[in-house]
Design a protein around this ligand. Sequence first.
Ligand SMILES: NC(=O)C1=CN([C@@H]2O[C@H](COP(=O)(O)OP(=O)(O)OC[C@H]3O[C@@H](n4cnc5c(N)ncnc54)[C@H](O)[C@@H]3O)[C@@H](O)[C@H]2O)C=CC1
Ligand SMILES: O=C(O)[C@H]1O[C@H](OP(=O)(O)OP(=O)(O)OC[C@H]2O[C@@H](n3ccc(=O)[nH]c3=O)[C@H](O)[C@@H]2O)[C@H](O)[C@@H](O)[C@@H]1O
Length: 442
Amino acid sequence: MKNLAVAGTGYVGLVTGVCMAENGHNVTCVDIDEQKVKNMREGISPIYEAGLEELMSKNIAAGRLHFTTDYQVAYKEADAVFIGVGTPEKEDGSANLQYVETVAKQIAESVENDCLVVVKSTVPIGTNDNLEKLIGDSLVHNVRVEVASNPEFLAQGTAVRDTLEAARIVIGTESEWAENLLTEIYTSFNLPIVSVNRRSAEMIKYASNDFLALKISYMNDIANLCELVGADIQDVAEGMSYDDRIGNKFLNAGIGYGGSCFPKDTSALEFLARQYGYDLRTMQATIGINNEQKLKLYEKAKQRLTSFESLKIAVLGLTFKPGTDDLREAPSLANVPLLLEQGADIYAYDPIGVENFKQFYAEGSHGQGNITYVDSPENALEGAAVCLIFTEWGEIRAVMPSQYKELMQSPLVFDGRNIYDLQEMADKGVEYHSIGRPTVKD
Ligand SMILES: NC(=O)C1=CN([C@@H]2O[C@H](COP(=O)(O)OP(=O)(O)OC[C@H]3O[C@@H](n4cnc5c(N)ncnc54)[C@H](O)[C@@H]3O)[C@@H](O)[C@H]2O)C=CC1
Ligand SMILES: O=C(O)[C@H]1O[C@H](OP(=O)(O)OP(=O)(O)OC[C@H]2O[C@@H](n3ccc(=O)[nH]c3=O)[C@H](O)[C@@H]2O)[C@H](O)[C@@H](O)[C@@H]1O
């Protein structure tokens, strides 16, 4: 059992802290947000993740999991401090390291024992070298502090499972002391450990995320070509997926990737490459395709309808993917303003994401248009002239093709996630436009 501290209680920090406690460590999670800390002490999670609150409550009750805003107390005697604060994208595409650097300085002024600083946040290659220097230069006490890279691969919505049953744990260290300590911390997880140097670990994270983003943009590129040549991307993806070398995951064409990581991590690596005088053409293409893909649904609808003025539009799904309340870089955020600008009367449904979406668009009028939030897909569809699907939530998949025909004023559906079978929609008399597939009309 080790004494651990975790800086930041977002998706990565909180899930790391809770899963470390679940594995028997004594963990103190630090955040700057007092309200969040107050709630977490009572077992209330600031983020929506399946199974998280149950594990929080269990480990709080067992006395292994604590929350505080007082970083000095938390870091003072920690064997290791995990950093899980944000590294958002700056305007020029590079990663903003200010939060990570602030935590590094806070650690330097607080630690009174030898301590391993474990960077879970996604940071550009070389950052951990700089952080180690920054901490070394600012240390108040005469103790040994090293930095290790330990990138995180969890996906939102499945964060707890992805952590407790991770495919691998990557650790990047520059000394035997750091490698042994981090390996010991992870021993009880009983998972494969890939131990490399710090820069390789940092690169594994970017290369993994960016490869997945590349795969999605590639499928979207092929989907757009499918539309021109009369092929169906769903059938194409299925046919490809039987080849083990290609794999059967991340082949879904749609309206592009969103979320807090793929967009920023593709930009950050492309930016880093340019700093080294290298053109990372795969990422330039990936980013370009994704930016265009995000507006595909709006463009298809615009081409078909010409005007959205006073049309009742059902918007199904707001979050960047199912299973999360996160809206960062969600395709809905790129499309809804265009619809509102043109006078659309939007009825929006999302099982979890509405409260966060309201921070961008409160209920009521915006520009020429209006937005109303409803509590079921059926209520959004009732009397609607058009339906746009942005997220493939189970609740949205559960809407039967016949319901579009029954509920809508005119059954015209633009689906950004290819949820439905073309023939079934045709059989029920729904005009159905999706991505990379032929359009069906009755
Ligand atoms: N969200 C995800 O699914 C994944 C994120 N990552 C990476 O992990 C990092 C964190 O991402 P998220 O968890 O999404 O961030 P987040 O934005 O959800 O949470 C960051 C938290 O850090 C807190 N914070 C800021 N400064 C602080 C300080 N000085 N001390 C203590 N707390 C502080 C904030 O109040 C916030 O609660 C990023 O680098 C991201 O790229 C990696 C894998 C998955
Ligand atoms: O670094 C990160 O933050 C994380 O980024 C992603 O996780 P996440 O963003 O939570 O979500 P994904 O499930 O990867 O989906 C990302 C986006 O790609 C889209 N996507 C995914 C798969 C697919 O086949 N097609 C597709 O368009 C989703 O709709 C979503 O908008 C990675 O999957 C995680 O391994 C990584 O740790």
